[in-house]
Structure formats: C-alpha cells, structure tokens
Design a protein around this ligand. Sequence first.
Ligand SMILES: [Mg+2]
Length: 207
Amino acid sequence: MSSPSVSQAGKQLVIGVDLDGVCADFYSRIREIAAEWFERPIEDLSQDVSYALGEWGLEPGEYDSLHRFAVTERDLFRTVPMIPGARRVLRKLSNEGYRIRIITHRLFIRYFHELAVSQTIHWLDHHGIPYWDLCFMKEKSQVGADIYVEDSPDNVASLRASGNFTICFGNTTNKHIEGPRATTWDEVYDRIKTRPGHEAQMTFDSI
Ligand SMILES: [Mg+2]
C-alpha cells in the first residue's frame, strides 16, 4: 500500500488531537468569562497567561468555581471560538486517510459532565471538525495514537517521555517547551509530513 497515512505494519495512523488550546481558543473565551466573573475590565486580564492562569489573580483552588460558572452559565464549550485552520487541516488529514481521534480532559470537575460532553459534541459538529473517536481522558498516552497534537506543557512532556511523537501547539502557556512545535494548523500539517521516519515509511509503503 502506498499511503502516508498507513504505518509500516499496514495500520491506519491515528492523530490524537487535543481540544482546548489546539482546536478551541480556550484562553480567549475563558478570559472574556473571567472578566465577567471578576467584574473587572477585560483589559486588566493579561493575554500572556501560564497554564494555571495565575496572572489573573486566581487563588489556588479558585479555578474550579470559575470553570463551573463558565461551563454551566456561559456555555464555555459551545461558545469557544475555533482556532483558525483546525477544520480545514483536520479535514485534509482525514481525507488523506489519517484517523482523527479527539482527546480531551474536559471532565476534570465533577457533576456537570452531561453539559460538558453535550456542549463539546455540538461544538465539534457545528465547526465541522472531522473525527471518528472522542475520548474524555486524562492519561492521553493510553488512547494509543501515533501522533499527538497537544498544548499542555505537562501533557507534552509526559507523552514525549513515553516515546510518543508529540507536536506542541504553541501558546503562552508552553513557550518553554521544545520542538517539534507549531503555531498554526498549517505548521501542524508540515510537522506531521516531516516527522522522523515519515520518509522511510513512505519509501517502505511504496515498495
Ligand atoms: Mg489543551
């Protein structure tokens, strides 16, 4: 078989795609909602945030309350904007034969899972994101993808430590993370096409 989307063993290659910070512009939407929640001008909330949003003055343990308000009262996962290019590039990869597996840890706070899941599914369809699998998981390496696209610094580090090819989707929370990195979806596509072993695989597949 001559296809870049099939492994040497003839298995369809799976791309594990994170949602928040990769497909969904989580930090811009949570900033709008946080301004409401704090009753502060949005300009007061830095756009140069780290993962725990400490720049906004959130106390340890306070994020959960903001998150609950955002999902249950402001439909966070239904109203978050799509990061440009996600639909187009994922559709292109899907059409090339890669299997798109969405992997998200959106169920990390208890008791409003139905809202979180239903908003997520609605959002994926509304934005035309192609996918066959939808995993709500903390341990992303357990879903067995061949290529990961992820923005959380801890997740990138742990995926790479367990030997997974992981593209770090760049934002202010992960500036310190080494490559391979991408700041646009077109760059994600290029990183997938130039990843180690890709040429050898294509050569093998072409034999
Ligand atoms: Mg993320």
